[in-house]
Ligand binder design. Structure first.
Ligand SMILES: Nc1ncnc2c1ncn2[C@@H]1O[C@H](COP(=O)(O)OP(=O)(O)O)[C@@H](O)[C@H]1O
Ligand SMILES: [Mg+2]
Length: 576
């Protein structure tokens, strides 16, 4: 085949393909330009998913008449001019390619007026040539993009239906609006206003976008060496939709596998798959620590120090999740309404000793407690402050029922005990002394898994196991952590191996330890259908209140829920 040079028009269209994939890319580029122009009010009007028409209007700096034609030239920008500018550039745009790209695959018009100028002007193509006319415009810029891909049918065919394309526009709009709460944004589809966001704070905007109350949002700001992390997160009981975390580096939405891993691993064992919190993460770092210039749409970023990024993101999320404890919201409750309120002046033992529970206490039966609450040991006014309240009893040997002034508390015994054990184990390795098995036991694994597991054997054995690999598929267990004796330790080992195999090769020892302790706690914890005596119930209640991450089990399920008096009243149509 003969080689021919591509025409400039074709070159432009191919290059445009990298920037303009679909209508949402137009929305993104235009919004970013308005933000770069320091607008504080921006509206986006989309018709037919954006393939028919996108209009972005702003009250920003405007474009001078003489610059109008340049704006749509390729590699023409007002944002940088030197190498240093490139290094220090904080604007969204700097490559000067977006408007040119859009112009090569759609019909574009620009109307603009700079604040100090008397007149506004319009740049428009008439019979193949660009012309500039006087035009009555407000201060700022309107950019009108019509008939996207009208001249590239192959690309047009790849567009999805209007609803889907609009969803993409909506998502880009949301993303940028989260970064700039100080800007008022509105979004229209087919002439109807879909979203109107007034100026707000970071927290306010986050709450508005995700339809949360302010108290359902947790915020953390942390400075590491040359890295600042700013995190907004919904308390994880509120979020239930599968919405991916929003991540920004120096205010640009990005994709980066290190950050994704850090988030994924921080969520692991702390939040439930179905209840991932909404998360908004801002990473701010000097430009010399990153490279954005990797792709024309600037979605990807390379960090110079991935390890520092991983650690910072992971630790900030973990910390915020640990504080994500619903019990925090009520810490001083008085049992003024409690019928079970004990009458005399001794104190309920706080934090009953686990060992003491192994002994056989002669405890009052529940029926007796109901008849005579003082049998519990009584309490003084202070003990009435317990968040999770006063034990009522156990439901079908599975849930603990308790009451406080707010209402009824239901505690999942296994989930709660699992979390208590896990945090105890983390704080106190002594409990992991090993107990030799009278008769060593063998378990079989898939050869591949056991191989991957081999280099973590040493860590496992530091935590009370005495295991070694004998043969290609067999693990010999000679001893187990004491708290697993009599429990399903072989299942625990299977789960530990499975968990470790799934850890990625870059995972730290700490993550391996988390995996080991998590499984030990799970297997050692009280199972459902286990009758508890009142001391044990009291122990679980008091202990879970003061345990880190006490509101969620190691698999992210809630350990307890509260049915407020209000919601109970509703159930019975009280006061209606
Ligand atoms: N909404 C706007 N307000 C003011 N100036 C704008 C606007 N949109 C585009 N411009 C100007 O047009 C130039 C080219 O825009 P663009 O092609 O997106 O490149 P870049 O944003 O990379 O500079 C910008 O550098 C800017 O000077
Ligand atoms: Mg731009």
């Amino acid at each position: 085949m003969k080689i021919t040079k591509l025409s400039q028009k074709l070159i432009d269209q191919i290059a445009a393909g990298e920037i303009v994939e679909r209508p949402a890319s137009v929305v993104k580029e235009l919004l970013e330009n308005s933000i770069d122009a320091r607008a504080d009010k921006i509206s986006v009007k989309v018709f037919e998913g954006g393939s028919r028409l996108v209009i972005v209007s702003d009250n920003g700096s405007g474009i001078q008449k003489d610059d109008l034609a340049l704006a749509i030239e390729n590699h023409a920008t007002s944002k940088i001019s030197t190498q240093e500018d490139l290094q220090n550039c904080n604007s969204h745009g700097f490559r000067g390619e977006a408007l040119a790209a859009i112009a090569s695959v759609a019909n574009i018009k620009i109307r603009s007026k700079v604040r100090h100028s008397e007149n506004g002007f319009e740049l428009i193509k008439t019979s193949g040539d660009w012309d500039i006319f006087l035009s009555p415009v407000h201060n700022g810029t309107d950019i009108i993009v019509e008939d996207l891909f009208h001249n590239v049918p192959a690309r047009k065919r790849f567009l999805k239906n209007n609803t889907t394309e609009f969803k993409h526009c909506h998502s880009i709009f949301t993303q940028l609006s989260l970064v700039y709460p100080e800007i008022e944004f509105s979004l229209f589809h087919q002439g109807r206003e879909v979203l109107h966001l007034r100026k707000s704070s970071g927290l306010g905007r986050f709450a508005e976008i995700f339809e949360l109350k302010a108290e359902q949002v947790k915020v953390s700001t942390k400075q590491f060496e040359d890295l600042k992390i700013n995190l907004f997160m919904s308390t994880n009981q509120e979020a239930n939709k599968k919405i991916a975390p929003f991540v920004f580096v120096n205010n640009r939405p990005i994709k980066n596998s290190t950050v994704s891993y850090a988030i994924k691993n921080a969520f692991k064992n702390r939040v439930h798959e179905l209840h991932k919190p909404y998360l908004l993460l801002f990473i701010t770092t000097p430009n010399h620590c990153i490279n954005f210039n990797v792709h024309p749409n600037k979605k990807e970023v390379h960090f110079k120090n991935n390890n520092a990024i991983y650690k910072a993101v992971y630790s900030v999320i973990c910390e915020l999740l640990s504080s994500n404890d619903p019990s925090e919201r009520r810490n001083k409750l008085l049992f003024t309404n409690s019928k079970l309120r004990p009458s005399h002046e001794t104190e309920i033992k706080r934090g009953v000793d686990l060992d003491s529970l192994k002994e056989n206490y002669l405890l009052p039966k529940l029926e007796q407690v109901f008849a005579n609450p003082s049998l519990l040991g009584g309490t003084n006014q202070n003990s009435a402050k317990f968040d999770l309240g006063y034990p009522i009893g156990q439901l079908n040997d599975t849930y603990i029922l308790a009451q406080n002034t707010n209402g009824l508390l239901i505690v999942d015994t296994h989930a709660a005990h699992e979390r208590i054990l896990l945090e105890d184990l983390k704080n106190n390795n002594n409990q992991l002394c090993s107990q030799k098995l009278a008769i060593p036991e063998c378990i079989d694994f898939e050869e591949e898994n056991l191989k991957l597991f081999e280099n973590r054997l040493e860590v496992i054995n530091q935590y009370g196991f005495q295991v070694k690999i004998v043969g290609e598929t067999t693990l010999l267990i000679e001893g187990v952590p004491e708290i697993l004796s009599g429990k399903k330790y072989t299942v625990a080992l299977h789960d530990i191996v499975k968990g470790i195999v799934h850890l990625d090769s870059t995972s730290s020892i700490a993550e391996t330890v988390d995996e080991i302790l998590g499984n030990i706690a799970c297997k050692a914890a009280i199972k459902a259908n286990h009758k508890l005596n009142i001391m044990e119930i009291e122990y679980i209640l008091r202990k879970i209140e003061s345990t880190t991450n006490g509101g969620i089990c190691n698999h992210g399920r809630p350990t307890w829920v509260e049915l407020s008096m209000k919601s109970l009243d509703k159930l019975f149509y009280r006061g209606r």
